[in-house]
Design a protein around this ligand. Structure first.
Ligand code: HEM
Length: 153
């Protein structure tokens, strides 16, 4: 029982940090930073990503680990699992893959351009990160709805 509580707390905190962080970045920081000049805007976003992405890296481990932990601890027979958990699981892996892809390609390229001070080029990758994060934000919100309403359908 206490293991279930611990895993569920870890799971829900991970989801909150990730989805809430993306919501804040996309819906609040982006419009607020838009009036800045290109150079300070790119530098600001680079500092933001450098602080937010380590949290996302932590979450991409704690979320599936706690999720599968819950399946084994809280569900006597994890196979077959309820539909909403299977949907959550696949949405989760899609989000994780998108993040790893974004980090390994767009963010790495953006870092290189920032260090070379090629700012318009860095802006191209910033834009790609924005698009990927907006997809992941939608998937994250959908996952939270599926995860919390699932027991009622
Ligand atoms: C990656 C694989 C994942 C697995 C295996 C997994 C598994 C689980 C399990 C077993 C539960 C407990 C369900 C219950 O007690 O009825 C749960 C709850 C939950 N999960 Fe996941 N999950 C995963 C990913 C995610 C992701 C990506 C999110 C959100 C971004 C998420 C959000 C939630 C939420 C909000 C709950 C709480 C549901 C509630 O207690 O009302 N999960 N998850």
């Amino acid at each position: 029982m206490s293991m279930t509580l611990l895993l569920l707390a870890l799971h829900i905190l991970s989801a909150t940090i990730w989805v809430g962080g993306m919501f804040f970045a996309h819906m609040v920081l982006r419009p607020a930073a838009l009036p800045l000049e290109l150079e300070s805007r790119i530098d600001l976003w680079f500092r933001i990503f450098s602080r937010f992405f380590p949290w996302v890296w932590a979450v991409v481990f704690t979320l599936p680990l706690s999720g599968y932990g819950l399946l084994y601890v809280a569900f006597a027979n994890p196979d077959p699992t309820p539909a909403y958990i299977r949907i959550m699981q696949w949405l989760g892996w899609t989000m994780i893959s998108l993040f790893v892809f974004l980090f390994a390609t767009h963010f790495r390229n953006m870092s290189k351009m920032v260090h070379k001070r090629l700012l318009p080029e860095a802006g191209i990758y910033l834009n790609r990160i924005r698009i990927t994060v907006s997809v992941n934000l939608l998937l994250g919100l959908l996952t939270v709805i599926v995860a919390t309403t699932g027991r009622y359908w």
